[in-house]
Design a protein around this ligand. Structure first.
Ligand code: KG4
Ligand code: ZN
Length: 337
């Protein structure tokens, strides 16, 4: 079964080809030009997707040595994401499917991330705990099978990735914040500054807005010119912030481990690329004798392979949404949005 996956929800145009669940091609064109604006400019993102989507589809077919007529399913991210950006991939995919009389499957972006552990050789075993951490979401989920996801917790304010991006901006480290914070943290002491982990009444929810404010207060209290923090001080601030995010995520996972019988723990989404968080969660999994599955870095951020894989799962489960389906095909309504 050959599945084409198209992802254009934000600042990566990505096209992948999967044959029977095996990745034959996964091309990612990142829109680095947003750096100079300090964040993603939606209109520019849509235009860049328009330029990239056709050549990437052609190239992916070439690399995979699959003729366009041999495709069984064409899929694209339907949301959530930037609407103009989404429309590029979605209408391209639908148009291609319509012209070739192929099946079209729209995919929920977060569901793509949630099942992205299945792109690895060593796959998660159901039921599993999934920590889905990206620029727009921070979710703790109980994934029971291919079609059943129970949301245990979510962020009540900022997403973890958003906090990385905003704190990086405060520190003058630029966009995207996550990788830059990680880089600076490598030389820092994670215990240098005690930032608070949010204490919430709901057991599995997250909050990062207070942490963001604490970092700002720390900067204001310690530096006269908050736009000019000495370079030598950045590693400790970055490392202490990164550790606090990791501790908040792990706090909820530890609680869930007490309550739910699970076989694996999976970490997915853009923030799953973070080495400190990967290592910390791997340690927890090992301690509790659970299998730990985290995608290779290439499949943590937005990628077409996870979209194609999710489309294959939906297709196999009879969820053949078809060309007329325009809404985000989330399993439980708009729960993830
Ligand atoms: O999943 P993703 O590529 O896009 C969304 O669906 O949002 O996630 C992007 C987020 C950004 O906030 C980025 O700063 C963060 O993932 N990120 C990281 C790292 N690499 C990317 N955060 C922490 N450490 C990283 N190494
Ligand atoms: Zn994403």
């Amino acid at each position: 079964m050959n599945v084409l996956g198209i992802e254009t929800s934000c600042d990566e145009t990505s096209v992948a080809l999967l044959s029977d669940g095996i990745i034959k091609a996964n091309l990612i064109a990142s829109q680095h030009f947003h750096v100079k604006y300090g964040g993603v400019v939606p209109e520019l993102s849509s235009r860049a997707h328009l330029q990239m989507v056709t050549p990437l589809v052609k190239q992916a077919l070439q690399i995979a040595e699959i003729n366009v007529n041999e495709l069984d399913v064409i899929s694209a991210t339907a949301g959530p994401g930037l609407i103009g950006a989404l429309l590029v991939g979605l209408t391209f995919g639908k148009g291609l499917a319509f012209s070739l009389s192929k099946k079209f499957i729209p995919v929920n972006h977060i569901e793509g991330h949630i099942y992205s552990g299945f792109l690895m050789n060593d796959k998660p075993e159901f039921p599993y705990l999934c920590l889905a951490v990206s620029g727009g979401h921070t979710l703790l989920l109980l994934v029971e099978d291919e079609m059943t996801i129970r949301k245990l917790g979510t962020t009540i304010d900022d997403a973890a990735g958003e906090a990385f991006d905003k704190v990086a901006k405060m520190l003058g480290l630029g966009y995207p914040g996550g990788p830059n914070i990680q880089k600076y943290s490598e030389k820092g002491n994670a215990d240098a500054i005690k930032f608070p982990v949010a204490q919430l009444k709901t057991p599995y929810d997250f909050s990062f807005s207070g942490l963001k404010t604490s970092v700002l207060r720390y900067i204001q209290n310690n530096y006269e010119d908050i736009k000019n923090i000495p370079d030598a001080d950045l590693p400790d601030i970055a490392a202490s912030f990164q550790k606090t995010v990791s501790d908040s995520l792990i706090k909820s996972v530890k609680k869930a481990l007490k309550q739910y019988k699970i076989n694996s723990i999976s970490l997915v989404g853009g923030v799953a690329a973070n080495k400190y968080i990967r290592d910390s969660l791997a340690g927890i999994a090992e301690k509790h004798k659970k299998k730990f599955v985290v995608p290779d870095i290439e499949f943590c951020g937005d990628n077409g392979a996870m979209i194609a894989y999710r489309a294959m799962q939906l297709f196999k489960n009879g969820k053949n949404f078809g060309l007329n389906y325009n809404a985000y095909p989330s399993l439980k309504g708009d729960e993830f949005i």
